[in-house]
Design a protein around this ligand. Structure first.
Ligand SMILES: Cc1cc2nc3c(=O)[nH]c(=O)nc-3n(C[C@H](O)[C@H](O)[C@H](O)COP(=O)(O)OP(=O)(O)OC[C@H]3O[C@@H](n4cnc5c(N)ncnc54)[C@H](O)[C@@H]3O)c2cc1C
Length: 448
């Protein structure tokens, strides 16, 4: 069996299969291989808390080899799939020391390569924009925001100060809303340490092309989140697009122009590019067409033999017949059912349909702030919503050991003041050493 992608859906499928098929796996009657470019899962719903410094970056990743002792883990990227001949083409990741065959044959395929950020040809975006989907990006954004506060406090140039204190996020989905809310909260706290900066000096702008935020969540939760953010003086521009970011001057479709040294691009997602390099059936959005049993099927509903999919890459019909939204709640629940159906299929037993539960929605908006809906539809805000949100995220994190580590981070965070130091030099570890070679002038001669 070959699983493509070691994210929420891929790892959870493998974990459940490891439980269900343990005797066969140990006796080597079944071989389960997972292919993932990173040697770990990144639990993206907690990235905003990494950016805010509430969680150690290492605690939101789950090492695949530790979690999957009965599986073969290939640190590599799949570059094509020919399901007709049951063959995947695989490129070893540059860091990997494995000598991989370029073609991996399989009997059963599980597709879970998720989605990637959707970019757009906006002038200046590639030069000045940052993404927010990986641990590296979360840490870099945190350092960058804290560096802007240092810069604004130290400069005497008012234009530079204003640009440093203006933070623009484009795209109001999970990533944009979560990152902006957490970072705004962190920066507000950080200003207390500066003699010449206050929270009122910071300008936060959220730009969204559609007429609502959090399209992955229910409209009620989105409306409440919008009201909370606006109460915090966050400038939210709906039905507005980014037209240009040349020279760090932000030009929006509503005609406004202003300088900003921080531009975070979180404007939508699209299915993983590898899907277009397969012979699997895709819908008009590029996701794999699936039956409610998680089997891949042609658009006319004919299932493909030995092919399954779950998570963001899969168009799985929900209760209303529409494809489920791309979120962690569906990815994890689909993965579990996929593994159970796959094991049932091997045993010649009937398959169950995916029946999503009610949306368990919540958004963290900083320390002790959140908006949440209970499964019974009650709206919560503030601390109670925040605790519910944290409990949900903890339950979803697919590793008991990581859950304990995150819990410890949260407990320590409650005991001590928020950590607001920027460690930007981590991103350029050789810069100081290299400057010793390039600096001329006094004292740099031989023997000095
Ligand atoms: C910043 C952020 C915050 C979010 N917050 C929330 C939230 O609060 N609540 C919520 O429900 N959802 C949230 N989401 C969405 C949620 O993270 C995704 O819906 C979920 O991770 C989807 O799971 P997946 O397994 O389909 O994809 P992923 O978890 O993205 O996993 C896909 C994996 O496939 C790998 N892959 C891709 N291409 C290949 C290839 N060619 N070969 C091999 N492997 C490949 C990738 O490296 C990746 O590890 C958030 C997303 C982001 C980016």
């Amino acid at each position: 069996m070959l699983i493509i992608g070691g994210g929420c859906a891929g790892l959870s499928t493998a974990l459940r299969l490891q439980q269900l098929l343990r005797p066969q796996l140990r006796a080597r009657r079944i071989e389960l291989t997972i292919v993932e470019p990173q040697p770990y899962l990144t639990f993206q719903p907690l990235l905003a808390e990494v950016a805010a410094g509430s969680i150690d970056p290492r605690h939101v990743v789950v090492p695949l080899r530790t979690a999957l002792p009965d599986c073969r883990v290939l640190t590599a990227r799949v570059t094509g799939i020919d399901h007709a001949t049951r063959t995947a083409r695989v490129d070893a990741a540059p860091r990997g020391e494995l000598r991989l065959p370029t073609e991996v044959p399989y009997d059963v395929l599980v597709m879970a390569p998720g989605s990637i950020s959707r970019t757009a040809p906006v002038p200046g975006l590639a030069d000045h924009g940052m993404g927010f989907a990986t641990v590296g990006e979360a840490v870099a954004l945190r350092n960058h925001v804290l560096e802007q506060l240092d810069l604004a406090s130290s400069t005497r140039d008012p234009a530079l100060r204003q640009a440093a204190l203006t933070f623009v996020f484009v795209g109001a989905g999970y990533a944009g809303v979560g990152a902006l809310a957490e970072l705004e909260d962190m920066a507000r706290t950080a200003t207390k340490g500066f003699h010449n900066l206050g929270p009122e000096d910071l300008r936060w702008v959220l730009v969204e092309a559609t007429d609502r935020i959090l399209s992955e969540e229910t409209p009620e939760l989105a409306t409440h989140t919008l009201a909370e953010l606006r109460d915090r003086n966050i400038d939210i521009r709906l039905s507005t697009t980014l037209e240009s970011a040349v020279d760090q001057v932000i030009a929006l479709s509503d005609g406004s122009r202003f300088a900003a040294r921080t531009l975070v691009w979180t404007a939508g997602i699209r299915p993983a590019p590898v899907l277009a390099l397969t012979d699997l059936p895709l819908d008009h959005t590029g996701r794999i067409t699936c039956l409610p049993t998680l089997r891949i099927a042609d658009p006319d509903g004919t299932p493909l033999a030995d092919a399954w999919a779950a998570g963001d890459c899969a168009a799985v019909p929900g209760q209303d017949g529409e494809p489920c939204a791309p979120n962690a709640q569906h990815a994890l629940a689909q993965a579990r059912l996929l593994a159970e159906n796959l094991a049932a299929d091997l045993a010649g037993q009937p398959l169950a349909d995916y029946r999503p539960g009610g949306p368990a929605c919540s958004t963290s908006l900083g320390l002790r702030r959140a908006v949440a809906h209970t499964s019974r539809g009650t709206r919560l805000t503030g601390r109670r919503a925040w605790w519910l949100h944290r409990a949900r995220q903890l339950r979803r994190l697919p590793s008991r050991e990581r859950r304990i580590r995150v819990l410890m981070d949260w407990l320590f965070g409650g005991l001590f003041p928020r950590e607001v130091v920027s460690l930007g030099t981590i991103e350029h570890p050789r810069a100081e050493f290299e400057s010793g070679f390039s600096s001329g002038g006094r004292g740099s001669g031989p023997g000095s």
